[in-house]
Design a protein around this ligand. Structure first.
Ligand SMILES: Cc1ncc(COP(=O)(O)O)c(C=O)c1O
Length: 427
């Protein structure tokens, strides 16, 4: 198309806030249009090179244009992109996931993390005959009702009352209970009151960038069993990232159901959900017509391009030393960022685990949403925008950073230099 407008002006014409897929909230003058990604770098249509600390919101853990993933996609592309049906790639992928995910006695594919957590919730409701899902304040589970409720909460509403973050989600007020993360007593007291109405606990085992306290996930598992509710792990972020076996392996806790997405797809659209065989059996289409049948169908779920990419990505993750490297880099990143904060006398800390890091401008312990929110969020946004202007690509709606297999010591040093300069600007 021949247009007198620049790419960023065209984007502002085409999309609300100039953004094609949501989030960012960039000031209009900061909008760039990306054209190319390689390893841990991105290039805009204007040829500007960015160090990528978002990596497709963590979906490209394998690195942009990873040669193994590219080869797998190129091999599949001439043989068809979607049959909306069982195929050799999706079968092989399901077998591999089952071998490392004890919760996934059976599984199915969909096309995003949002779908995966939605199906887990629907199954939990159908299986238990109860309506409420308990989530944790500040947790994100995709764009479905549970995902977006009590997300950017005021922190002033009493637990377990949900607070709508998105307009147009009125059912959430009735269907959700909200608890503080990392507080087992609060969870148990909500469950003891609402156990007869609660289908499941839905949680990010590592919530955003906040790790679980020692023994917390084990205690949540025990509470779920004691009060007779299901436990769903949203492993869309933790899956294949904290360990090859995700949070289940890393923390040694097995939920009743699990949702995957992001890193699994090697940068291609994917979602998967697995669970106990008796729960998953509810999507068996031979049950249609009965009241124990749960509708599940996804046009692009398990398509051979995405699952070929996923099989290749998992091959990369399985290679010797991947997780030692990812954890080592994450630790290095958090330590070096923390050192820059203290060198400049700035109150703050770097939280996270594995290849994840988040800046919180507060010195108080961070263990849940409200303690994270105590951090100076205006300073957080100013810092993210200052980094963006220094050509670090990230999502300034939060302060979370993602490393990938394609990052290395030089990339971390590069980031640290730009971080220090960004701190100098905002301080
Ligand atoms: C923990 C978690 N669950 C679910 C999702 C939703 O995944 P998707 O954007 O693929 O629908 C996200 C996305 O950021 C996430 O972080």
């Amino acid at each position: 198309m021949n247009s007198p407008l620049s790419p960023d002006q065209r984007a502002l014409e085409a999309f609300p806030a100039g953004i094609a897929n949501g989030e960012y909230g960039l000031p209009p003058e900061e909008i760039v249009v990306m054209e190319k990604g390689q390893g841990c770098r991105l290039w805009s249509t204007e040829g500007a090179e960015f160090l990528d600390m978002s990596m497709g919101w963590g979906s490209v853990l394998v690195g942009h244009a990873n040669p193994n993933v590219v080869a797998a996609v190129q091999a599949q592309a001439p043989n068809g992109s979607n049959f909306a049906y069982l195929n050799s790639q999706s079968l092989a992928l399901a077998e591999e996931i089952r071998s490392i995910s004890p919760a996934s006695e059976r599984l199915r594919f969909c096309a995003s993390g949002t779908e995966a957590t939605m199906y887990c919730q629907r199954l939990a409701r159908a299986f238990t005959g109860r309506e409420k899902i308990l989530k944790f304040e500040g947790a994100y589970h995709g764009a479905n009702e549970a995902g977006v409720t009590s997300l950017f909460a005021s922190g002033k509403v009493n637990f377990p009352t949900p607070e709508l973050t998105s307009a147009g989600t009125p059912a959430a007020a009735r269907q959700l209970l909200v608890a503080p993360y990392n507080d087992i007593d609060a969870l148990r007291s909500i469950l003891s009151e609402y156990k007869d109405e609660t289908a499941a606990i839905l949680m990010e085992p590592l919530q955003r960038c906040t790790p679980p306290r020692e023994g917390y996930l084990q205690a949540v598992r025990a509470a779920a069993d004691e009060f007779g509710v299901l436990l769903i792990f949203d492993e869309v972020v933790t899956g294949f990232r904290l360990a090859y076996g995700g949070a289940q392996e890393y923390y040694g806790v097995v939920p009743d159901m699990v949702a995957y997405g992001k890193a699994l797809g090697g940068g291609y659209p994917i979602g998967a959900f697995g669970g106990r065989a008796d729960i998953m059996e509810m999507v068996n289409e031979h049950r249609i017509g009965g009241d124990d049948y749960v509708w599940m169908a996804s046009t692009l779920g398990g398509n051979p391009i995405s699952t070929a990419a996923a099989n290749a990505a998992l091959g990369v993750f399985r290679s010797e030393g991947t997780y030692n490297r990812l954890h080592g880099m994450g630790q290095q990143l958090r330590e070096k960022m923390g050192a820059k904060l203290s060198d400049r006398g700035i109150t703050g800390q770097i939280i996270g685990d594995g290849p994840l890091a988040q800046v919180v401008f507060s010195s108080d312990p961070v263990f849940d949403y409200r303690s994270t929110k105590k951090g100076d969020s205006e300073k957080g946004r100013a810092m993210m925008l200052a980094l963006f202007r220094r050509r670090v690509f990230l999502n300034p709606m939060g302060t979370k950073l993602y490393l990938s297999v394609a990052h290395d010591d030089a990339a971390i040093d590069d980031l640290i230099e730009r971080f220090d300069s960004a701190l100098a600007e905002i301080h």
